[in-house]
Design a protein around this ligand. Sequence first.
Ligand code: GLU
Length: 485
Amino acid sequence: MTTSGVRVRIAPSPTGEPHVGTAYIALFNYLFAKKHGGEFILRIEDTDATRSTPEFETKVLDALKWCGLKWSEGPDIGGPYGPYRQSDRKDIYRPYVEKIVDAGHGFRCFCTPERLEKMREAQRAAGLPPKYDGHCLNLSAEEVTTRVAAGEPHVVRMKIPTEGSCKFHDGVYGDVEIPWDAVDMQVLLKADGMPTYHMANVVDDHLMKITHVARGEEWLASVPKHILIYRYLGLEPPVFMHLSLMRNADKSKLSKRKNPTSISYYTALGYIPEALMNFLGLFFMQIAEGDELLDMDELAAKFDPENLSKAGAIFDIQKLDWLNGRWIREKLSEEEFQQRVLTWAMENSRLQEGLKLSQSRITKLGELPDLAGFLFKSDLNLDASAFAKIKSTPEELLEILNTVQPDLEKILEWNVETIEAELRAIADRMGKKLKVIVAPLFVAMSGSSRSLPLFDSMAILGRSVVRQRLKLAAQTVATLVGPKN
Ligand code: GLU
């Protein structure tokens, strides 16, 4: 039970592989709740119906559970303020939007996507930031009524003050001031009747009695919109805390194009959740050298949101490796270690599926490591010579690898059938035979041209490991491509 009234949440959008950044923000909220004797809740923000999938939602929940984060309310367990999935709350938002419109703080906008695109184009050409130009701001009440009655598609936008700035206090950034001029007349309700993230987020934080909103710094610029929505609805905003994003050592944004960012990648490679949480938790405190090895209770005890790591949140994979190694060697008992290895091998039925595929291909059990070991390896140590037996030129191989990688990102449900269908479609588009496409993929996935069936192997490896192996393969093949002249 809450003793302090503190209620925080993690509100992931199930639009992709669960990101380590989500675990980082979730951990902050979890430790914050733990420290204050409050509640940590999970809400699924799936207002973007075209990008949200049930597969990703399950994965986000599984990944956060794997991290050892436990929520007391959520879509899987319910709670007093449910439902906890925004697509199941569609009817809840409309009265709030109507209230804003009726009070004259919002307006209906009939601009077509084509008009908006033209407007943005003109703004781009003039070197201006894209922003709604207020075309429908002053339509007469009669015109609006007629057009709505005629069934003309429209959205609802919020009005923004024309002068001054929004001043607010952020728990991390301190006092912030953003001129209203820099704030767009945000769409609150989309043409299909679904609210946008901003509208749903504010209404839900209010209805779910969220006291503190801790999230990534990419949302800082949205705070004026949120504060305005709270104001228009006559509600008190929560306390905001915007955490600096995790970055690569070179300060660039963590992105899957550069480094693996999905939690499932780190799970598949055999990082253990305690080490990952330990690694992320260290960003939320000042800690002396030598005192870094901390479990969840110790992290909660030392958690200090006023004193976030001065170095910023650098995703230093060597430090994660170091912590992971120490956790395995120093913290796990012999039995725990064995248990971890077995659980890891069987995650997503990797071992079972791998054995199923191997059975018809071996004469002795001892051949298994050579045949199926690639399903478990953290590093294939791929050598360019592995590609030598393939007939295509290095240039062709590189083109195939570089085409396949982004195209596979389009797959919404990752399984044998969808992978096969996408690879066949890629072969068609490239005007190549399927076997020409799959040859380098065999090597990229397994390090060898003799291995288990490709589509099944890719399904077992999972999209984040496949992505990384394709990238490493492309880098390896690139060393065979001569300099352009
Ligand atoms: N759905 C948003 C995200 O995935 C949540 C932002 C927030 O916490 O308000 O980043």
